[in-house]
Design a protein around this ligand. Structure first.
Ligand SMILES: C[S@@+](CC[C@H](N)C(=O)[O-])C[C@H]1O[C@@H](n2cnc3c(N)ncnc32)[C@H](O)[C@@H]1O
Length: 210
């Protein structure tokens, strides 16, 4: 589901960008570790592309494939990321089908980033399955998510639009990961039942996953 105007303003502004740069990115790197040299990365729901910029500059990815369902977001991201040239590929598409967006086969990426997007997807488990499919063995899924608890808050309900059914708690999100062959790394950072940040990897030696 696309963001409405209020959420678009809330998600791409100097305060959120500072939060993403100084809190979210360092927390994700602490939890999931650094990227390997030459890392090929996918970002789902890249929005206006500030997270993509951090994946390049802060995490040091060699190549980023970033997808968003909203053509307007991809246009904004294209402006922000023009200076990265071929290092960043952008596509309008669905996080649940990275084959359609980038021709991504199984095990294509060293890492996948989710900066607050899976809660926007009605069939959110399909997005988790797709993340697991495209990760290489040893690859890391870095996630920052918004829970059902936050989405049920009056402010969220009044201002923003999200799928209403079958949203997840932090535990439900974490419990879904092993069903797709992903193992949570260390502890997950939970913020007042509303947000979670964490990392999970696809263990080396795992073949097919559910
Ligand atoms: C809350 S915004 C987060 C944007 C960006 N990751 C950030 O942190 O600034 C959620 C984004 O997910 C995108 N989105 C929603 N459903 C999607 C889907 N099925 N596939 C890809 N992107 C999707 C929306 O268009 C929106 O840009």
């Amino acid at each position: 589901m696309l963001m409405n105007r209020a959420e678009t303003l809330a998600i791409d502004n100097p305060a959120r960008r500072a939060l993403q740069r100084w809190y979210e990115a360092p927390t994700l790197r602490r939890l999931g570790g650094p990227l390997p040299a030459g890392a090929r990365v996918a970002e789902i729901g890249c929005g206006a592309g500030y997270g993509t910029k951090l994946i390049c500059d802060y995490f040091g990815a060699a190549q980023v494939d970033a997808v968003d369902l909203d053509p307007a977001m991809i246009t904004k991201a294209g402006r922000r990321l023009a200076r990265y040239g071929d290092r960043v590929r952008l596509a309008v598409g669905d996080a649940t089908d990275l084959r359609a967006a980038f021709g991504a086969g199984d095990g294509s990426y060293d890492a996948v980033f989710d900066f607050a997007i899976i809660h926007h997807i009605p069939d959110w488990r399909d997005a988790v399955a797709e993340v697991a499919r495209v990760l290489k063995p040893g690859g890391v899924f870095y996630f920052e998510e918004v829970t059902a608890h936050a989405l049920a808050r009056p402010t969220y309900r009044r201002l923003f639009e999200h799928p209403e059914h079958d949203r997840f708690t932090a535990d439900q999100f974490c419990d879904e990961l092993p069903r797709h062959g992903l193992t949570v790394l260390g502890s997950v950072t939970r913020i007042s039942g509303d947000y979670l940040l964490g990392a999970a990897h696809r263990p080396i030696g795992t073949g097919e996953h559910a």
